[in-house]
Design a protein. Sequence first.
Length: 604
Amino acid sequence: MNRVDNSKGVYRHMTELSVARGGEMPPAPAAGTSLLDWYSHWCTSGGGPALEQAGRVWSYSELDALAEETADGLRPHIGRGSVVAVCLDRGLPLVVTAVALAKLQAVYLPLGPRPPQGRLTSVQRSVRISAVIEGDRSALASPLPAGAFAVFADRPGGRTQVHEGSFYSVLTSGSTGSPKLVAVSEDSLTNVVRWYVDLVELAPGQRHSLALHPPFDPHLMETWSTLCSGATLVVAPEAVRSDPGALVDWWADARITVSNLPTPLAELSLARPWRRALPLRHLVIGGDRLRRGPSAGLSTQVHNLYGPAEAAVVSTAQTLSDLVSDQGDPSIGAPIPGVAVCVVNQDGEIVPRGEKGELLIGGVGLALACYDDQGELPVFSAPPALLDDQANVYASGDLVRMRHDGTLDFCGRLDDQLKVRGVRIEPAEVERALERFPGVRRAAVVRTSGEVEELTAFLEMGPGTLPDLASLRNHAREWLPAAAVPTAFEAVESLPLTASGKIDRSGLTALHQPVTPMPLPPEEANPAEAMILELCSDLLGCRVSLAERFTDIGGNSLMTARLLNAVLRRTGVRLRATDILRQEDLRGIAALIDLNGMRGAGEG
């Protein structure tokens, strides 16, 4: 058998077929076998800094005291197996709540701050939610330590109780038109944490950023890996989370040694010059197809991670620091310990290495179950012969190619599922939400390419009906996560169909035309205003006006980062994300550029 060392995981292959297995698991980060065992070790061993936020520091013993107090407040209403929707942002209340729920053996369901009400309602119809924990106090809320509030359900609704032994659940987009809830065991997350702590060398004295959006399941990996290794979680300020330049500066100022970023923001950060003396030792990237590796000579190790939510955050990994840029897209690597993968053709047969096929994933990382509003979903299947030691496998729907050294190249999707800004999106869920809007008979969404890849919605309207785009966008935000809200809407008389009567999505993509801004007479727009109109129209794929607010016309965190980069290239003016987000309209952004000394909108 061949043995290849990759991302500190050793995998073996028995033949030249596309099969690979993770190797030996590294030592545990502390005494014991569970996440709470490892975390408790650092709480009782003297306790260094556990969490830092806005200049304030909490030791492990202080954090644990808050978690115990929170668990005591929840215990009369929450027990083993209770699902708790956590609507908190990154920070002390989120971390305290996660630890408290683990102590109660409850199921942690992170939804992020102020999730769309329609989406929360859909989840409550799917599974029994015992409580909602949020950061804003309401009339029915009970206060908890660390600044959180709980709303308890006297009689939890929902069709289904989640699988016994679930440690956490996350939402993904569902192909039936409703969100899909994935329930994952503690063993699955423990496997990831043990591997990750070793990969990025977490230990007391190391400082890991807490920057990922809570509904993005890798935040569980960064949170628990840090707490289980005696390292320090450092909460990234809101101002740096979508600003690549500010983020790199913050890494230096906050002495961050390990950071985890979604792929789109990581690509923007890698494209910028870094300070020579950055303390950052490891940059971990995941969530979408990575299109560029690190620059030559970068001292930080860069790791590209791949894994669907149904396989507990990470299935494969590749360290990229020593790769050259002419190899094409960086590899998604080889399976981590405890994971087995293979590549199969449409008949379910394992293909030779070098041939494309669908990636199947098995191992300890597989979720316990998946649910939608109709109950449990059949997402797992029997393994092929060479993985018959696995109880079942997950068919990822991802098209991959296994290289002869056993690492994997990501080649695309096999179905209609899309990925935008690292978030998996089922078109059916977006379309169903849009079709609830008055006047929309049918909707179809496709990913379109311009300055960035974004969602475009095509709407089949009633006769003589045109959508009010502001109202339509607000309606979509009530039902969908931010990444699933289309940035462009186009009304059509009828949606094109294939010969079999299905929506012709390739035909819709061909219909889409990138939008250019409506030119304004010189007396109506100064050079900075004209430039902002041009940049925002290119980024958002729609005509915009100076009177519109950036966030109201589809501006999100990634769009903000791209606008900051574009303004810097064109004018030499470096704005902050908060500068853009606090402006009442685009004219205000243009005024900031003028105030900071625009060197000429035509340069670039």
